[in-house]
Design a protein around this ligand. Structure first.
Ligand code: NAD
Length: 500
């Protein structure tokens, strides 16, 4: 039985009116389990108009009270953690512990937003010139939008909702049409937490509603997360329509393994970072770069038995799985196509997961784990983001060559180095042309009080997601220069002034 999903507008679930839907699968079985409504331009514009009306009062609510809504939101997220995680796993396919992590990392940003009163403070220079004071204040933009990807249906909507709302804006969330249930549940929890109706609108849709967001004059800022071509498109159209835009794209994260690295630690890290969530993470490690032939041989030797032991299966399984299916049949076909291109272009397929099949789940979108060795930079599996359980090994002759690979790839989201040498680690952190760096740490997603953002084609625009940057992105600065004429500070007058 398929469920008809809704939008969430003005504090209520609302049926779609377009008559257009996209299928939401259970990736473990391959069955369509729900239909996601795809909004019309009119539906989107109405949700924005209602948000704009509600925002006027919300901006006047003092920041501490807005922060209290965030505090209550955190409590409700913790209360409903199991339900949220189940909704994610059901539509995305990731394991329950991984889905809980998705919720957790989003919730940490909401916790950070409880500090909104602090981040909204302005600056003040008393007596900047004789008798003149200058001060600045941060004011909400009005209505902003967040367009989010399928791979973190809790975390990334929360990265958009939290700072935008705490800063006094109303936000339109356009989640991925592949797994929209969790964002709808989060919006419902915000209402329960005391958020006024209209401040968080979830409008489901596809390109039609995204384009309506980009062309809507009331929307002042767009935060996007997804693949690079769409990020670049959205950045261009949003900017040319005069909006603020920060658009985060795809990745190809390299992990450098130096000869002195603890090889067991490096192999364990690669297994989690390469195959966790079936490789569907923008911070997944997809390229291992061992330095030196001997390091490469030792690494492959450690990796193979670990990969062969990986447990792949549905989130409902009694035994704990390492990863689940990929999100759709198209995603699976694309991954298998890239694997074939790797073979055709001469890479060595050391672990071949192509014949992976799971009894009872033959129609699910499972992809077995793959390991390539002797990948070279001209191959498609090196150039493109595979977004699947496929790890490529590029053997580097020296540290400089490894550094150059990570630095010169057109993507620059994350990278890592595994070494015992502080000098190499320090040099790598300073010189890598990549936005987020891990030292003996494979997935360096910063905590909520820092900020998240890649470089090069992994991000378009300035300012990162969450952390202090998010409050800068979602507010505009007003600066006031003030002078007062001399007043009554001489005190009261107790006699009639004599005429001159
Ligand atoms: P996607 O680009 O297909 O979709 C992202 C959003 O854009 C969705 O809401 C979708 O409905 C919308 N969209 C899709 N096609 C569109 C079009 N032609 N016009 C307008 N809107 C469109 O991305 P995805 O497959 O959902 O997510 C995976 C991608 O996201 C990967 O490339 C991954 O690396 C990236 N990602 C990046 C980050 C980051 O912070 N850099 C984080 C998570 C995921």
């Amino acid at each position: 039985m398929t469920t008809e999903l809704t939008h969430y507008i003005n504090g209520k679930h609302v049926k779609g009116t377009s008559g257009r839907f996209s299928d939401v699968y259970n990736p473990a079985t391959g069955e369509v389990q729900a239909k996601c409504p795809l909004a019309t331009v009119e539906e989107l514009n109405q949700a924005v108009a209602d948000a704009a009306k509600a925002q006027v009062e919300w901006e006047q609510v003092n920041p501490q009270k807005r922060a209290r809504v965030m505090m209550e939101f955190v409590r409700l997220i913790m209360r409903d953690m199991d339900k949220l995680a189940e909704a994610i796993s059901r539509e995305h396919g990731k394991t329950i512990p991984d889905a809980r992590g998705d919720v957790q990392r989003g919730m940490e940003v909401i916790e950070f937003c409880i500090g909104a009163p602090h981040f909204l403070k302005g600056e003040y220079s008393g007596n900047a010139s004789t008798g003149i004071d200058i001060y600045s204040m941060r004011q909400a933009l009005g209505v902003v939008a967040g367009i989010t990807p399928f791979n973190f249906p809790a975390m990334i909507p929360m990265w958009k909702m939290g700072p935008a709302i705490a800063a006094g804006n109303a936000v339109i969330i356009k989640p991925s049409e592949r797994d929209p249930s969790c964002p709808l549940m989060l919006a419902e929890l915000l209402t329960e937490a005391g958020l006024p109706d209209g401040i968080c609108q979830v409008v489901n849709g596809d390109k039609e509603s995204v384009d309506a967001i980009l062309d809507n004059e009331t929307i002042k800022a767009v935060g996007f997360v997804g693949s690079t071509p769409i990020a670049q498109y959205i950045y261009g159209r949003a900017c040319s329509n005069g909006k603020r835009a920060q658009c985060f794209g795809g990745a190809k994260n390299h992990m450098i393994i130096m000869p002195d690295a603890d090889m067991d630690q490096a192999a364990d890290a690669l297994i989690g970072a390469g195959y966790g969530a079936a490789g569907e993470r923008c911070m997944a490690i997809s390229v291992a770069v061992p330095v030196g032939e001997e390091t490469a041989d030792r690494l492959i030797e450690k990796l193979v038995p670990r990969i062969e032991k990986l447990k792949v299966g549905p989130y409902t399984s009694d035994t704990e799985m390492d990863y689940g299916p990929v999100v759709t049949a198209e995603a699976k076909q694309r991954i298998l196509g890239l694997i074939q291109s790797g073979i055709d272009q001469g890479a060595e397929l050391v672990v071949d997961g192509r014949d992976f099949s799971l009894q009872g789940y033959e129609n699910g979108f499972f992809v077995g784990p793959h390991l390539f060795d002797r990948v070279t930079p001209d191959m498609d599996i090196y150039k493109q983001e595979i977004f699947g359980p496929v790890l490529s090994t590029v053997r580097a002759g020296s540290y400089e060559e490894a550094l150059k690979l990570a630095s010169e790839h057109e993507m620059g989201n994350g990278t890592a180095i595994f070494t015992r040498d502080g000098d190499a680690a320090r040099d790598f952190a300073s010189r890598a042309n990549v936005g987020m760096v891990g030292i003996n740490f494979p997935i360096p997603v910063p905590l909520a009080h820092y900020t998240f953002g890649g470089w090069k084609k992994s991000a378009f625009g300035d300012l990162n997601q969450f952390g202090p940057d998010a409050f800068r992105f979602y507010t505009k600065t007003k600066t006031v220069t003030s002078r007062w004429p001399s007043g009554i500070k001489e005190g009261g007058e107790f006699h009639f002034k004599l005429a001159d």
